[in-house]
Design a protein around this ligand. Structure first.
Ligand SMILES: Cc1cc2nc3c(=O)[nH]c(=O)nc-3n(C[C@H](O)[C@H](O)[C@H](O)COP(=O)(O)O)c2cc1C
Length: 209
């Protein structure tokens, strides 16, 4: 039975080791990936891509580049979350295509495209700035995937502890198109869940009346 949202919040934790004998069913995997696909993105650009790795040899090659973390090889599926670079550039023609999905007249399309280019002038001025902007947004996709996984009783661990340049090279990424944002191993826990340490509600929330 699927967990309620409340239950899934308590279930999700940064799983350190997965049970290698348990594999995620394809339909569950697709549910999780689809939750990532449906995440919100700035101006609706969807500047992300998810690579799904199951190849054990490749996982073994990746692990030493990820602080030797056991999640990389023990997981059922390793999702590599990529941040888009080229696709958000006006000259790629893709932002126009993204806006055009809303079926608007040409003058309105031009208006949005100008607004986009103007508002994001600084952001779009270098690939590094673009990466900072799009990588931030991939966190929403990753969070959606972790939440969707938890609803199904599937574990995850967001991973940023790695040598980014080395991983991008090993994965043969064309960095003008996509760069590495996060790793998201998925699978089933083998150990008991760690206790959730969080600041109190009042430390985190401040009302401004
Ligand atoms: C961006 C990001 C990067 C993280 N990188 C790692 C990592 O490399 N290895 C790891 O075991 N956990 C990693 N974590 C998990 C956090 O350490 C974990 O979420 C936090 O300590 C709270 O624990 P909990 O999620 O189990 O409640 C990362 C979390 C985030 C959001």
């Amino acid at each position: 039975m699927d967990k309620t949202f409340e239950e899934s919040l308590g279930f999700r934790h940064a799983c350190k080791v997965f049970d290698e004998s348990k594999k995620i069913a394809q339909k569950d995997l697709e549910f999780i990936l689809d939750a990532g696909r449906r995440a919100p993105s700035s101006f609706g650009m969807e500047a992300w891509k998810f690579l799904v790795i199951t190849n054990e040899e490749l996982k073994a090659k990746l692990r030493p580049l990820c602080w030797n973390q056991a999640q990389i090889t023990s997981c059922s599926h390793l999702v590599v979350v990529l941040a888009g670079i080229e696709s958000v550039k006006v000259e790629s023609g893709i932002p126009k295509k993204r806006f055009a999905r809303r079926e608007m007249p040409e003058d309105k399309l031009d208006f949005y495209l100008n607004l986009y280019a103007e508002h994001l002038k600084e952001t779009l001025s270098s690939d590094e700035n673009i990466y900072a902007w799009t990588a931030k947004q991939t966190a929403f996709a990753a969070a959606n995937m972790m939440s969707a996984a938890a609803v199904l009783g599937i574990d995850s661990c967001p991973i940023e502890g790695y040598d980014k340049d080395a991983l991008e090279a090993l994965l043969d990424l064309d960095k003008s198109k996509f760069r590495l944002s996060m790793l998201l191993p998925l699978g089933y826990r083998i150990n008991e869940q760690s206790s959730q340490q969080r600041l109190s509600f009042d430390e985190v929330v401040e009302y401004i009346n």
